[in-house]
Design a protein around this ligand. Structure first.
Ligand SMILES: [Zn+2]
Length: 233
């Protein structure tokens, strides 16, 4: 579940109840600790309560950026810049800051979670867009794993797990359509004996019905698992 932040609470609740209906539990909740720099998590007691209840029942919090927003010129390899410009021009936070500022944001994000009684051992950059130096910075900051679009990277060992995917991005329109088509391979893998498949959801707009159907079919022969549990084997 991406973009867990106060403004999206109604969508989050709707999605969680759909996931409950499918018995899709536990889940991974990718929390934005200060969306837009205007929505610090601690100010939403309702969301904090929800996250603590989810955590107590076995779900897992992942740090998902700090503000989630691009805050300067994009500076990394041309492929990352191209992906950011095409798909996430406003959400490329961790390719729009340098390593020192990124470290400051990681620490501020963890502090905000801590203030709410939450902990995160994993990180996923907004838009799955991270600069080349990000994995090393995460490792040095004590994160256990790093989630990119197609992979789960173990930062303690050197293992990485390929995760075919399907999901909703909550944008509607062409972008949503492209992601739906791109997810066909992951949805197919979900119905086979392939080891791990990732299902992701965004709460911004209710574009999730086709992806819930893909998840329902995948769950016929699979069980949901968090990233930490996956790495623990
Ligand atoms: Zn996001």
């Amino acid at each position: 579940m991406h973009d867990v932040a106060p403004p999206y609470l109604p969508g989050l609740r709707a999605l969680l109840s759909e996931l409950d209906r499918l018995q899709a539990f536990p889940r991974v909740l990718k929390v934005v600790p200060n969306l837009d720099g205007r929505f610090p998590l601690h100010r939403s007691a309702e969301l904090v309560d929800l996250l603590r209840a989810e955590g107590a029942a076995g779900s897992e919090v992942v740090l998902h950026g700090y503000t989630h927003r691009t805050s300067g010129p994009l500076a990394d390899g041309w492929t990352v810049r191209l992906r950011a410009a095409a798909f996430a021009p406003h959400d490329a936070e961790f390719v729009s800051v340098g390593p020192a500022e990124a470290l400051r944001r990681l620490q501020a994000g963890l502090e905000e979670l801590n203030r709410c009684g939450l902990r995160a051992y994993g990180f996923c950059a907004p838009g799955w867009l991270g600069a080349r130096w990000l994995p090393e910075l995460l490792r040095a900051s004590g994160f256990r794993y790093h989630v990119t679009m197609g992979w789960l990277h173990d930062l303690v060992g050197s293992r990485r797990v390929w995760t075919p995917w399907f999901g909703s991005v909550g944008t509607g329109g062409v972008h949503e359509l492209l992601v739906h088509v791109g997810g066909a391979a992951g949805a197919w893998a979900g119905r086979t004996r392939w080891g791990v498949v990732k299902a992701f959801f965004h709460p911004q707009r209710p574009t999730w019905a086709p992806q819930l159907e893909r998840l329902r079919r995948a769950l016929r022969r699979r069980r949901p698992v968090t990233y930490a549990a996956l790495l623990d084997g």
